[in-house]
Structure formats: structure tokens, C-alpha cells
Design a protein around this ligand. Structure first.
Ligand code: G16
Ligand code: MG
Length: 220
């Protein structure tokens, strides 16, 4: 029985995925490691330090820097990112997502947020959607980042809902994998080929409909 829907933030509720991309891209260029959107797919949903490691590996620079230098790079990216998210307003909610959250609430489901971002609270506040959430997992307390299921398991525990009664909604490959490893029903938002592991894929947040989700969940 479906009892809760746990949302990813970046790329599902709002397009901060684009801001993460722009900030990493700028840092990558400063380090002489240019990359494109295709490579960026691998960074989605992945924690800050792991994203940096992936970029350095991509540029064959895994061992080129000290731990302190890497921390400086990560801080620099975060400063760029924090500047970009200052501009966020409720207009930046992805199309249809607020209506979908309303529907989910009306059907008596609990709502959780499972974001890998340490900036999640700021973004939720700027979007003015905090009241929809019964729980928000603080990324700072999560040890293992997506595709590890920890953040989704924690959200379900905080909601007091069994894992098999939860639906996870994600735009990232690593996120869909995390939902499946948590033993939950996975909804992918985006490209069906990239998110093939999901139980249900919709092409955009506008296509998220409670009836469709309920049917797919029940059939499974
Ligand atoms: C997000 C993004 C990732 C980002 C990570 C950490 O998570 O998708 O690109 O690297 O959070 O963010 P921060 O550097 O702000 O702590 P999610 O899980 O909301 O997609
Ligand atoms: Mg995401």
C-alpha cells in the first residue's frame, strides 16, 4: 500500500541541476578540465566532494591536488552555486510539481525530501514550499551519497513509513538506483533510456499524475 512520496530536490522540484552544472563547469574550466552536459549527467545527485573527484578523474588529475586544495575547489564551487541560487523564487518551481504535491497530500500521503544538497533548506525556503513536507533529510547528516540508498531510507524512517510503501521521485541515474536499492517504487523524471531502472518514467514534471502513479504502483 502506497503511503508516502519522497522527492528529490534538484531537477525534480526546481532546476537547480542547471545551477550545479554552471558552477561545476566554471570550476572545471579554471582547472583546465572542460566538460559538457553529457558528462554532467554523471554528477547529478552525487555529493559535492564525489562530484569533484569525478571531474578530476575525467581530466586525469585525480592525484594532482592535495586534500586541502580539493576542499578549496569544492568551496569555490559552492560559493558560485550559492550566488546562483539567491535568485530563486516560487516562479522557479518546475511545471506541474506544486499541483502534484498538492494531489499527493490530498490523497493522504506523507511527503518527504531526500536531497543530497547541503543547500536544500535554502532552496526550499526560496521556493516557499516548506509547508508541503512532513520531513526533510538534512544532507549534512547523510554519510553515503546516492546511489547509496541512505538518504531515502532516512526519509522513510523519519516519516515512519515502511520502505515498500514509499515512492521515490528522481531525475538522476544515481538517484533512481538509490530508490531501487532502498526497496521503493521509483519514478524517473526525464529520459527513459537514461532512467531505465525506474518503475515508471515520465518525460517531465508536467506529466506527473497521481492516478497514473497509483495505477503503476498497484500493478507492481
Ligand atoms: C544535489 C545535486 C548534486 C549536488 C548535490 C550536493 O542533489 O543533484 O548535483 O552535487 O546535491 O549539493 P551541495 O553541493 O549543494 O551540497 P539532489 O539529491 O537534490 O539532486
Ligand atoms: Mg536530482
Amino acid at each position: 500500500e502506497m503511503k508516502a512520496v519522497i522527492f528529490d530536490l534538484d531537477g525534480v522540484i526546481t532546476d537547480t541541476a542547471e545551477y550545479h552544472y554552471l558552477a561545476w563547469k566554471q570550476l572545471g574550466e579554471e582547472l583546465g578540465i572542460p566538460f559538457d552536459r553529457t558528462f554532467n549527467e554523471q554528477l547529478k545527485g552525487v555529493s559535492r566532494m564525489e562530484s569533484l573527484e569525478k571531474i578530476l578523474a575525467y581530466g586525469n588529475k585525480t592525484n594532482a591536488y592535495t586534500v586541502e586544495e580539493k576542499e578549496q575547489f569544492a568551496t569555490k564551487k559552492n560559493e558560485l552555486y550559492k550566488q546562483l541560487i539567491q535568485k530563486i523564487t516560487p516562479n522557479d518551481l518546475l511545471p506541474g510539481i506544486e499541483k502534484f504535491m498538492q494531489e499527493v497530500k490530498e490523497k493522504g500521503m506523507k511527503i518527504g525530501l531526500a536531497s543530497a544538497s547541503k543547500n536544500a533548506f535554502t532552496v526550499i525556503e526560496k521556493l516557499e514550499v516548506g509547508h508541503y513536507f512532513d520531513t526533510i533529510v538534512d544532507a549534512a547528516t547523510v554519510k553515503h551519497s546516492k546511489p547509496d540508498p541512505e538518504v531515502f531510507l532516512k526519509a522513510a524512517d523519519q516519516l515512519g513509513v515502511p520502505y515498500e510503501s514509499c515512492v521515490g521521485v528522481e531525475d538522476a541515474q544515481a538517484g533512481v538506483e538509490a530508490i531501487k536499492r532502498a526497496g521503493m517504487f521509483a519514478v524517473g523524471v526525464g529520459n527513459a533510456d537514461q532512467l531505465a531502472q525506474a518503475d515508471l518514467v515520465v518525460s517531465s514534471t508536467n506529466e506527473l499524475k497521481f492516478v497514473d502513479l497509483f495505477r503503476a504502483f498497484t500493478e507492481k
